[in-house]
Design a protein around this ligand. Structure first.
Ligand SMILES: *Cc1c(COP(=O)(O)O)cnc(C)c1O
Length: 411
């Protein structure tokens, strides 16, 4: 028996044939046989390609797109992405190595994040990538290491702006922050950059993550450009790189709607003439993680046991928060909400029941879906968590309780 398609948009983004979800053009049941085990993450290559095409369609041509690879550092994903985007942003030397394994030229790779260690700075300077400096102390270390290596480091200043990105899921700019240099301290730092002989590239702004309000993002873009123009007055050389951040969100929960990229693109088109006039050498960069990969990924686990307890049904699975912390609600959610979930081999079944999906860990936090209406399951059915292509496996405590790690595939 099959019913109607589910309401949540996330549940309709992959085709369904004969009641079975199709990932990368293949029935999920076939993919499970091919992989040979559950749980796993599967990322749909074509969906990633389409997503970058959507961004290219709506954003002005002049804007460079960078992939913030911490969202999904799987080497195959980063390799695929390197053919689609203009640069890669890394957050560690480990990520830098993965990025440099791709065709991306080193000068299109940038490195952000507080607490960069001396050996990380040294590796990055030797590689010739751009360092987004998070503090004055980091600037001093970079200058010293550059001298030792006899290389002129490429640097940009990560600015903690004097405004906030409104309605972000996670704020990372404005007010007091561990990220970047407070904008009022930047002019003095720019003088030092000149004195230290660093190769000044420009500015980096990143104000927050998971924003679904285009008007907030547009306002942030406008203020970022104004601040960039103002700070450039003290720069030791013309600004060549202006990274205005990202923060584009995706809909996870009922009632959330996809971001209006066309509106953001229209606003950038309106803002570009002024920035081109005032900072004629500046390459404008938008860096995105989640938006590029999240909707292309699913997490799949299997029902091991159907457990009844005082009137409630628990689907005990071989997956859990140790693989997918975000779906358990413990990665930045203020109030726990269910990710979109389906039963991959019974997507359209009209027989439904309300269940909680749990994992094997000895904690009540190990909850992948709480009291959710899903197609009625049997043992071995496949639980699929959608919107799992970003901040999934790499953002999860895989060592907790010593279970095996899931497999990742790019299909
Ligand atoms: C995490 C991060 C990103 C990516 O954020 P998303 O919300 O995933 O797009 C971009 N830039 C910096 C500096 C980051 O730390």
């Amino acid at each position: 028996m099959t019913g109607s398609r589910p309401k949540h948009a996330a549940l309709t983004q992959f085709p369904v044939i004969e009641n079975c979800l199709q990932i990368g053009g293949m029935p999920l049941t076939r993919l499970v046989q091919q992989i040979g085990q559950t749980p796993f993450y599967a990322y749909d290559r074509e969906k990633i390609t389409e997503r970058i095409a959507l961004l290219r369609k709506h954003l002005p041509e002049e804007i460079h797109l960078h992939y913030a690879m911490k969202a999904n550092p799987m080497p195959a994903v980063v390799q695929h992405m390197a053919h689609l985007v203009d640069g890669i942003d890394v957050a560690s030397v480990g990520e830098m190595r993965t990025a440099l394994d791709t065709i991306m030229p080193a000068n299109r790779v940038s490195f952000a994040g507080p607490g960069k260690k001396a050996y990380e700075l040294s590796c990055a300077i030797a590689a010739g990538i751009v360092l987004n400096m998070e503090s004055e102390q980091e600037m001093e270390s970079i200058a010293e290491i550059g001298k030792d290596l006899n290389i002129r480091p490429n640097v940009a200043v990560r600015v903690n702006p004097n405004f906030e990105l409104k309605s972000s899921g996670m704020k990372m700019g404005g007010g007091a922050q561990q990220f970047g240099v407070d904008s009022e301290r930047v002019p003095e730092m720019l003088i030092q950059i000149g004195k230290l002989g660093l190769n000044f590239m420009g500015f980096h702004f990143f104000s927050g993550s998971q924003n679904l309000r285009h008007t907030s993002i547009q306002e942030a873009h406008e203020k970022t450009f104004q601040l960039g123009i103002q700070l450039a007055q003290n720069a030791p050389s013309p600004v060549k790189y202006l990274n205005i951040g990202g923060g584009f969100g995706i809909p996870y929960f009922p009632g959330e709607r996809a971001l209006d990229i066309a509106a953001i693109g229209g606003n950038l088109t309106r803002l570009l003439p002024e920035i081109k006039e005032k900072l004629p050498e500046a390459q404008i960069v938008i860096e995105l993680g989640r938006y590029m990969v999240a909707e292309a990924g699913v997490y799949v686990c299997r029902v091991l046991e159907r457990k009844q307890s005082r009137g409630q049904v628990f689907l005990v699975t071989d997956g859990g928060l140790h693989h997918h912390l975000a779906a358990s609600g413990n990665f930045g959610q203020v109030i726990r909400k269910n990710f979109p979930v389906t039963i991959g081999n019974k997507v359209l079944s009209s027989e439904k029941e309300t269940v909680s999906v749990v994992g094997p860990l000895c904690t009540p936090l190990d909850l992948l879906a709480a009291k959710m209406e899903l197609p009625k399951t049997e043992i071995n059915d496949l639980v699929v968590i959608m919107q799992s292509g970003a901040y999934g496996l790499s953002a999860s405590p895989t060592a907790f309780l010593g279970h095996t790690k899931p497999i990742e595939r790019l299909i």
